[in-house]
Write a protein that binds this ligand. Structure first.
Ligand SMILES: [Zn+2]
Length: 496
């Protein structure tokens, strides 16, 4: 039998959003669990690894509800951003069993988990596609019109049944990319919301167009999810309210707030960037859809080449040739103070959750993962992959003082874990530091933490995350990635 490893994080400012604790203390870790938070300066147990955390912030690692990173390389960037659990819930995968098998076989630095993919379930039924729990099969699906059609009663039964099977098999809820099939019959969305609520499973939705951007939308995207939360009583999560609402974020937040005040279990997330990233074939990037969003083809940049689109004809040509090609979409100007204030709004909103929407990294030779560290040069992705959490801390805590450190951990660790409490009882051990909780812990230099990734240099890791433990094992040690540390575990749902 191997001895249980003991780690003592000594003398840091320990913040536990579960209890409100904020003060200098020691954190004692035994094996993969927190043993206790105790008075600083107590003697270290024999054989313990002691890490001096003086002058540092110690708290539960960040739980990212929205990460499309399915790679060791991408997870390492997220580790240096403070994340200990990276979940793909907005898109999800199918079949999730294959996705969990693959992650376990390859090894992951961080904890992982998946929702059942509404997009892929529809794609199977309506487009005859076959999926293998692989994220890349869905990127080119996004530009394929067949899966975006309305379903017959038989088709609806078929893909709802598929989602139900995935929930029974351990999916963490249902991921709904409604914004990519924005003309589908709202009755179909309501059928999904009803099914999820009955199973005790959350939905994670990229909402369809809001009324301000498309007056012809079958229903306002934010009103649709808020109404479902009120009508069916299920847990409803509204993804990236920043990029879905852009200049109308005050209105969409008010819609959500009204539903919450009425008792609806609706939560909201945002990332602090003025540009989004998606497949260029997405419905909302059609040339005729851009003006409603104040967008031009010149606001779209292809990730693989850095090429900026010239005009409608160029956009049409790229969408035809490679609808799955990743692109950056500039929807707000981060250098403009009024746009920057709009980006802070959902982060300052009561109970607003930080989530990255991290994307995979792609190298010029087509590779999408590597065990090599530091990462080889030339990797392309969106800077939010590497920088969402450190940027949120820099802006909201250090520069603007809109959050205390307690508030930061509440929004980055505690609240996202609570979204999963009903579907995954094991989530109750995450997002806080109570004895017996998972030893997923981050140690941050509060004066130094910052994002460094930019649109031109998107794989530069954040700095200031000095130690990061997942299940009690160091993934980041003294600011450096620990090679061969793959302690990540799959978090599974238990839909009833
Ligand atoms: Zn999205």
């Amino acid at each position: 039998m191997t001895a249980v490893r003991t780690v003592l994080l000594a003398g840091g400012r320990v913040i536990d959003p579960g209890t409100g604790h904020d003060g200098v203390a020691d954190v004692l870790i035994r094996g993969d669990r927190i043993a206790k938070v105790r008075q600083a300066g107590s003697a270290a147990p024999d054989g313990a690894l002691v890490i001096d955390a003086t002058g540092r912030i110690v708290g539960p690692g960040f739980v990212d509800l929205h990460s499309h990173v399915h790679s060791i390389a991408g997870q390492r960037l997220q580790a240096l951003d403070g994340v200990t659990t990276a979940l793909d819930l907005e898109s999800g995968l199918l079949p999730i069993e294959r996705a969990y098998e693959r992650a376990a076989a390859e090894g992951r630095p961080l904890n992982y988990g998946f929702s059942a993919s509404w997009t892929m379930a529809r794609g199977e039924t309506l487009s005859g596609r076959v999926f293998d729990g692989d994220p890349f099969g869905s990127l080119d699906l996004l530009g394929d019109p067949a899966w975006q059609a309305d379903s017959s009663a038989t088709q609806l039964r078929s893909w709802l049944g598929r989602l139900e099977t995935e929930l029974a098999g351990g999916a963490l809820g249902i991921g709904v990319l409604m914004g990519y099939a924005p003309r589908t019959d709202p009755a179909e969305y309501r059928a999904v919301a009803r099914l999820a609520a009955a199973a005790g499973a959350p939905t994670f939705t990229h909402v369809r167009e809001i009324i301000e951007s498309d007056p012809t939308t079958p229903v306002d995207g934010t009103v649709e999810v808020a109404q479902a939360a009120m009508d069916f009583g299920g847990r409803v999560h509204h993804c990236h309210v920043n990029s879905s609402s852009r200049r109308h974020v005050d209105r969409t937040l008010a819609t959500i707030e009204r539903a919450r005040a009425g008792g609806a279990a609706i939560t909201v997330e945002a990332y602090p960037y003025g540009a989004g990233s998606t497949a260029v074939g997405a419905a909302f990037l059609a040339p005729e859809a851009l003006p409603a969003w104040d967008l031009r083809p010149g606001n779209i940049v292809l990730v693989a080449t850095g090429e900026r689109l010239r005009d409608d004809a160029h956009l049409r040509q790229v969408r035809r040739a490679d609808p799955g090609a990743l692109c950056i979409v500039e929807f707000l100007d981060e250098r403009d103070e009024s746009d920057a204030a709009l980006l802070r709004r959902p982060l300052a909103h009561p109970d607003g959750i930080v989530a990255s929407d991290a994307m995979h990294i792609e190298w010029p030779d087509g590779r999408v993962d590597t065990r090599q560290w530091p990462l080889p040069p030339g990797g392309r992705t969106h800077p939010r992959t590497a920088g969402t959490f450190a940027r949120s801390l820099r802006v909201m805590v250090r520069e603007r003082a809109l959050w205390t450190w307690s508030e930061a951990f509440r929004r980055c660790s505690w609240l996202p874990a609570r979204v999963l409490d009903d579907i995954a009882p094991a989530a109750s051990r995450k997002g806080h530091l109570a004895p017996g909780s998972d030893a997923d812990v981050v140690v941050i230099d509060p004066g130094r933490v910052t994002d460094q990734a930019t649109y031109l240099d998107p794989t530069r890791p954040s700095s200031g995350v000095e130690q990061l433990l997942v299940s009690g094992q160091l993934v980041v040690r003294d600011g450096e990635i620990v090679a061969d540390a793959y302690p990540g575990r799959g978090l599974r749902g238990e839909a009833g």
